[in-house]
Design a binder for this molecule. Structure first.
Ligand code: TRP
Length: 73
């Protein structure tokens, strides 16, 4: 990883089967990783040289430096 200072986001699943999906950086934007969280599980993920976007599918609490959001409502 080139930039260790990159942003993190924190995701807390509010139901079983929440997906945290990493999308690739660069001209080709595609899924490269999907992580499944069950209710109450927390994932802390960083934007990296491989990951430019993160998609959350399902009900989850999302904390970023921009603020807090709830997905899946
Ligand atoms: N190998 C991936 C990377 O270094 C791991 C990863 C980092 C990831 N952040 C992510 C996977 C966010 C899914 C979502 O980029």
């Amino acid at each position: 990883m080139k930039n260790f200072q990159a942003d993190f986001i924190m995701i807390k699943a509010l139901e079983d089967g929440v997906n945290v999906i990493g999308l690739t950086r660069g001209s080709d934007t595609r899924f490269h990783h999907s992580e499944k969280l069950d209710n109450g599980e927390v994932m802390i993920a960083q934007f990296t040289e491989h990951t430019s976007a993160i998609k959350i599918r399902g009900r989850a609490e999302i904390s970023t430096s921009f603020g807090e959001m709830q997905s899946g409502d």
